[in-house]
Design a protein around this ligand. Sequence first.
Ligand code: HEC
Length: 86
Amino acid sequence: MSDRINEGTNSPEELAKTLELYKLMLDCKPPKGEQAAFKEKVAKLIAATEDVVLNKEGARAAYKEASNCKACHNEHKEKKPEAPKP
Ligand code: HEC
């Protein structure tokens, strides 16, 4: 879904739904890392998404940065347990 937002091919309904999901994420506890840092990232993401809704200039670039999957996962998502070494 966010791929389409980046490309600008999303529908307004999709965008509204995405925004709602992000707002739900605000109350989620990340499995890893600082809750405050996580909240900050999600808040940034929400702000960027709202700017895309308003069609602000540069909003899509900001969204792209805020929705950086890997950056957030590295800090806040649990890694899969590694296979035990023999
Ligand atoms: C603001 C931080 C943040 C951003 C940005 C983010 N994620 Fe996540 N994501 C998480 C966290 C935290 C989890 C772990 C949730 C849990 O386990 O409760 C997660 C889990 C996931 C999962 C589930 C994986 C699993 O093992 O269950 C998928 C799929 C996923 N993210 C995809 C994405 C994609 C694709 C993007 C980029 C478009 C993205 N995420 C951006 C924080 C983020």
